[in-house]
Design a protein. Structure first.
Length: 155
């Protein structure tokens, strides 16, 4: 019984100490002219899917929930957002070269159709972010139209 009590105290001290390590939860300034919405006009339904299902990890408009302040969860969330923004940042869309934009558009559709995005661990706490089949169809139709338009503009 003493070992169990000591282990519980040690874990408690570690968790309290972990709260001192605070990763930066950032939402950098966004140039509205560089966003995907500014660069590639879209129907409100498509914009809503992107905002609801992609916005927290792939824009500079992350909503940081209360649990993003509790270690070690905070470390994981900051890492996931940093990684998501590095892979695809809809807030900085206009800074990508045209060939990269075309590739990313295709990956958006592919990842949503395969159910890879949003990831399962995100959906556990954000079930509203789930992409319904009709959302995926609308999003992919918009992606295909945007890719065709971009190919005409930037061969």
């Amino acid at each position: 019984m003493r070992h169990l009590a000591r282990a519980a105290i040690a874990i408690g001290v570690l968790l309290l100490g972990a709260q001192l390590i605070r990763p930066a939860r950032t939402n950098p300034a966004e140039d509205p002219a560089q966003t995907l919405a500014a660069q590639r006009p879209m129907e409100p339904a498509v914009a809503a899917v992107l905002a609801r299902s992609c916005g927290d990890c792939h824009t500079h408009r992350t909503t940081w929930p209360w649990y993003s302040q509790v270690a070690p969860i905070s470390w994981l969330l900051v890492h996931d957002v940093d990684e998501g923004r590095a892979e695809l940042n809809l807030s900085q869309w206009g800074l990508y070269p045209p060939d990269r934009q075309r590739k990313l558009l295709g990956e958006i559709c592919e990842d949503v159709e395969k159910g890879e995005m949003p990831p399962a661990q995100y959906l556990l706490l954000h079930p509203q972010a789930r992409v319904r089949p009709e959302d995926a169809r609308s999003l992919c139709a918009w992606v295909q139209a945007a890719q065709r338009e971009q190919a005409r503009s930037n061969p």
